[in-house]
Design a protein around this ligand. Sequence first.
Ligand SMILES: Nc1nc2c(ncn2[C@@H]2O[C@H](COP(=O)(O)OP(=O)(O)OP(=O)(O)O)[C@@H](O)[C@H]2O)c(=O)[nH]1
Ligand SMILES: [Mg+2]
Length: 228
Amino acid sequence: MSTGSGGDRTVELESSLEASISSSCSFGFSRARIFKIIVIGDSNVGKTCLTYRFCTSCFPERTEATIGVDFRERTVDIDGERIKIQLWDTAGQERFRKSMVQHYYRNVHAVVFVYDITNMASFQGLPAWIEECKQHLISNDVPRILVGNKCDLKDSIQVPTDMAQKFADSYSMPMFETSAKNTNDHVEAIFMTLAHKLKSHKPLILSQPPDNTIELNSETKSTFPCGC
Ligand SMILES: Nc1nc2c(ncn2[C@@H]2O[C@H](COP(=O)(O)OP(=O)(O)OP(=O)(O)O)[C@@H](O)[C@H]2O)c(=O)[nH]1
Ligand SMILES: [Mg+2]
């Protein structure tokens, strides 16, 4: 679901989600915790592919630059509890971020900063993304992780692991290198680790009945043919 020109649609969707949540609470449906995780970084680093990989287990054959914010979600079971992981895949290109409003940064539970290990500029751009989060008043308590993507391109590495690790340490963030393209590069484990961390730290924030899911994944699937 691209929300550049259709930014209002996300606002509407989120409002209707919140409305359905509050009405469902009063009818006593069972609840699922929702974790909103925002994914940020330069254009072309693979934010869309990473979120797509986690939510569909596939690598998209082709992607287009994200406009505004795309939204994907997956429900997982952690220690017997249903947890809905919402990934907010943001545009890296400045001209496509104009439609991103303060609203997108509301109630963020975690931030994933992504760079491309084959592109030094995307690594050097990270402080600006960290600063942007600060400007949108994302609290320092919100867990953050650093993800270096495109590990499969071993011959083109520009960002050494120890350099990235030092940077992550200086911001007290865990750092992972991975590949959205390779099935065995632990994309799943990265997001699940974050979800486990959130589950053990966050109180119940949002809830909705099990059969009241807004199925955006199916829309995502039709947008990008799966390369698996
Ligand atoms: N080799 C390789 N290519 C990747 C990987 N992840 C993404 N790509 C490619 O990198 C390009 C950009 O991927 P996207 O996921 O669209 O990048 P993005 O960060 O969402 O870009 P914006 O939406 O413009 O911010 C595409 O051609 C992908 O196929 C990866 O892990 N390995
Ligand atoms: Mg994208």
